[in-house]
Design a protein around this ligand. Structure first.
Ligand code: NOJ
Length: 674
């Protein structure tokens, strides 16, 4: 009897195992075990095509290729400098037995931290131009795990508070989807390298499994519509399942980046991370307007004031929103209103760009489309060229609207193609991007390092006008384990006036001030905004932490954390020997013991500690904080006392022994602007 073919793949450490199989109808399935425990029961693979027979049965395996890859690559910027890409791969070539003899390739890659698999459609006579009605990939979990989720196909895109409930209760949800198992594993389903395809939404069917649903071209997900338009050769994004024994290990898993192609832009020394402030929060509070009028925020004089502040404190960037014509029409889905190259009369773009350059500050440009993407596409080449000609090397784009051009979801193939075009246009002009209302991050920053960060989260701005009053204290202890798994997030932390008087009296920020500082470390963004207005920062002793904290990291470690409760992250500066720690809690006060064993054992450090005061709490005393210094080393343990809704931020810098006595206590005296 011939030996049964072995379609088993193991991760390099042997802990994860995937088995591919064909059932009696020649339909493809895969299953997965972690440390001999079944995680995925045999789960379906395949496609329904529009106008062609399905590509999901009648297959046999024509060829099987295996390989191992182990290289370490360097990120030009990021949350860690070196990333090890170590996987075992199994590539199955399938062909139909039927008369059509169509071919499909399925590639599995197993890393020590999880699985990636993708489909390839090779060039072939009976599959040329084709349309995918849906992808039938499923994730049939062996048990009904708890999921942290946000709903798909909703008005506010990804901008929702995460909810927690069993997989069996889910309807349609976005990825990354983070799961907790009863026996203490943490899983995340997402996708990598979303290129010329539609984003994957996960659909529940009442059981413990989830199915892939591709976001359709047309806005009605129930209609029998086309989801992908393709021609062979083509391939799907990688479907990913990350596996961790501690929730924090999902954060330091670089599997999504590892499943993207290396940098295609060549020399990217022009791509630089930075902190920025902006003419921005004032608009959300109603102090300024985006459009013209007596309270217009983006005036030449105001922009210069922001630039002066940035120059005084060494903040590298200044964003200016509301400088160009179009805001007065009401920007949500306003047709052809935005003009991306014409300023309001009280804003002199050339002069502001010149002034920023003179002061050594990066002016960050802004393209808000209001979802009127056809209008933007007509103008965007010229709009980027204008910024390039003025030395504006960073642009925040925005797509605030429920639907694009009134008909398309933000995450279908139409918009994936659009963003691809924008990133290439920007790269040709050496421009970096911060995308708001984006397609979720799938790691494309590895291939296009100018695609630096995205919003795609219920961010700080919701505290100004969210109808529910703003984000609860728990929110920022959830998003590092959920939204942040896909990539950097432009959450815009760093508020100092936490009880601001905005347009909506019941709105406020629900953290302490020390937690705002900690968020600058916890929430990773290579373009990191300090969101408040200069008048709330100038002369404030705690602003020193924002001045000091870097945005480009050598290494990131998650020291502790529970989803929706607390988290402590330390990151090492890429350009000095300093470490920075951010620790945050939900609405509960807590004390966390932190061992500093990550520090260089040969060095003593000064810990500059920005802590909640003993009587601080988010509700009644959010501004209570204290700054103190301690001498520590790698054998030290720190006790972090976090107030309700509080946090702690620490800079750890090498102490030079003879200077130590001067160092201690000197911090307040050296506070900026004092
Ligand atoms: C929504 C973005 O998230 C926000 O940052 C921006 O200010 C507004 N759109 C207007 O562009």
């Amino acid at each position: 009897m011939p030996a049964q073919p072995d379609y088993t793949l193991r991760s390099p450490d042997g802990h994860i195992q995937v088995v591919f199989s064909l059932d009696g109808h020649g339909s493809p399935f895969y299953s997965l075990e972690y440390k001999n425990k079944v995680i995925l029961e045999p789960s379906r693979l395949g496609f329904l095509l529009e106008g062609d027979p399905p590509l999901n049965r009648g297959f046999f395996v024509t060829n099987l290729e295996r390989r191992t890859f182990d290289e370490t690559w360097e990120q030009p910027w990021g949350e860690a400098r070196y990333i090890r890409e170590h996987y075992n791969e199994m590539k199955l070539h399938l062909q139909e037995e039927s008369i059509l003899r169509r071919e499909l390739i399925i590639v599995f890659r197993l890393f020590d931290d999880g699985l990636g698999f993708r489909y390839e459609f090779p060039k072939q006579p009976n599959l040329t131009d084709f349309r995918i009605a849906d992808e039938q990939t499923s994730f049939d979990f062996a048990a009904d795990h708890l999921a942290w989720w946000i709903p798909a196909y909703q008005e506010h895109r990804y901008e929702y508070l995460f909810q927690r409930s069993p997989v069996s209760s889910l309807a349609k949800v976005h990825t990354p989807l983070t799961l907790e198992t009863a026996d203490g594993l943490y899983l995340a389903i997402h996708e990598a390298n979303l290129t010329d395809y539609a984003a994957m939404v996960l659909k529940g069917a009442g059981g413990s499994g989830l199915e892939c649903e591709l976001v359709p071209w047309h806005s009605d997900p129930e209609a029998n519509v086309v989801r992908i338009r393709a021609a062979t050769p083509h391939r799907t994004p990688w479907r990913t399942l990350q596996i961790a024994e501690r929730p924090g290990d999902l954060i330091t898993s670089y599997l999504i980046l590892n499943l993207n192609e290396p940098n295609v832009l060549g020399d990217v020394s022009w791509v630089r991370s930075c902190k920025y402030i902006g003419i921005w929060w004032g608009m959300h509070l109603g102090i300024y307007s985006w459009g013209s009028g007596p309270s217009h925020g983006a005036t030449t004089a105001n922009a210069k004031r922001y630039i002066d502040f940035a120059a005084d404190y060494g903040i590298e960037g200044v964003l200016v929103e509301g400088w160009n014509i179009g805001w007065d029409e009401g920007f949500l889905n306003s047709k052809d209103a935005f003009d991306f190259t014409t300023s309001y009369p009280d804003f002199d773009l050339e002069e502001v760009a010149r002034y920023a350059k003179e002061k050594g500050v990066r002016l960050i440009g802004h393209h808000e489309t209001g979802g009127d993407v056809l209008n933007y596409e007509r103008q965007m080449a010229e709009a980027f060229t204008l910024y390039e000609s003025l030395g504006v090397d960073t642009v925040k784009t925005g797509y605030a609207s429920t639907l694009i051009d009134g008909v398309e979801w933000h995450h279908g193939q139409r918009m994936v193609r659009h963003h691809q075009e924008v990133v290439e246009l920007a790269a040709q002009r050496k421009i970096m991007l911060d995308v708001h209302e984006p397609v979720k991050d799938t790691g494309l920053r590895r291939t296009y390092p100018n695609l630096m960060t995205r919003e795609g989260v219920r961010g700080m701005e919701w505290n100004a006008w969210g109808p529910d009053g703003g984000n609860p204290p728990e929110h920022t202890t959830v998003i590092p384990f959920t939204r942040m798994l896909c990539g950097p997030l432009d959450y815009t932390p760093g508020l100092f006036d936490l009880t601001f008087q905005g347009k909506n009296p019941k709105n406020r920020e629900r953290t302490t001030l020390a937690k705002q500082l900690a968020l600058m470390v916890v929430l990773y963004s290579p373009l990191q905004m300090a969101a408040d207005m200069p008048e709330n920062y100038r002369g404030h002793p705690a602003f020193q932490f924002i001045v000091d904290v870097p945005t480009d990291w050598e290494e990131t470690l998650v020291l502790n954390g529970e989803i929706g409760e607390y988290i402590t992250i330390v990151r090492k500066d890429r350009h000095s020997d300093d470490w920075y720690l951010g620790s945050i809690t939900d609405e509960n006060a807590r004390i966390l013991e932190i061992e500093l064993s990550f520090l260089d054992p040969a060095v003593q450090y000064v810990a500059e500690i920005y802590a909640d005061s003993f009587d601080a709490d988010w509700e009644n005393n959010p501004h209570g904080y204290e700054i103190r210094q301690e001498l520590v080393d790698s054998a030290s343990t720190l006790e972090l006392v976090l107030a309700p809704g509080g946090g702690q931020a620490i800079r750890l810098r090498p102490a030079i022994q003879s200077w130590f006595l001067q160092d201690v206590g000197a911090l307040e005296a050296s506070a900026p602007g004092g």
